[in-house]
Design a protein around this ligand. Structure first.
Ligand code: HEC
Length: 109
């Protein structure tokens, strides 16, 4: 009996965990927000307003933002400071860049 009860609790925990994981994976804005806050906000500011040499990213459509991020990653976009920016998109998947672009598009000035 005891064993069965533990097994059920374990299963329930696993189920809850995988549901949470799925919810994040299926919500690009939430996934993008997490990445943005950890990796991008230090330069572009939490509200995307930018500062000094760091351009604002709170004025982009999702499409435009994605085009820029893919451009930095693939070497087809960027200005004189691109070497500062490229390391943060290098190695990211299309899905990760889409999530970032989706989140940036929610930042409005
Ligand atoms: C160390 C500072 C730094 C970090 C961290 C950083 N960036 Fe940047 N970012 C820059 C700089 C500098 C530029 C301008 C580069 C150039 O000359 O093209 C830039 C440009 C951009 C642009 C293009 C803006 C435009 O109008 O051309 C976007 C979009 C962007 N960054 C998004 C992000 C995202 C998303 C992240 C996190 C994954 C990120 N950045 C992390 C410094 C940073």
């Amino acid at each position: 009996m005891k064993k069965a009860a533990v097994g059920l609790a374990g299963l329930t925990a696993l189920y809850t965990l995988s549901l949470t994981g799925l919810a994040i994976a299926q919500d690009p804005v939430a996934e993008g927000k997490k990445m943005y806050e950890q990796e991008c906000a230090s330069c572009h500011m939490a509200n995307g307003a930018g500062s000094g040499i760091y351009p604002a990213v709170n004025n982009l459509s999702k499409e435009k933002g994605l085009e820029m991020l893919k451009g930095y990653r693939d070497g087809t976009y960027g200005g004189s400071m691109k070497s500062v920016m490229v390391p943060f998109v290098k190695g990211k998947t299309d899905q990760q860049l889409e999530a970032l672009a989706a989140y940036m598009a929610t930042l409005k000035k």
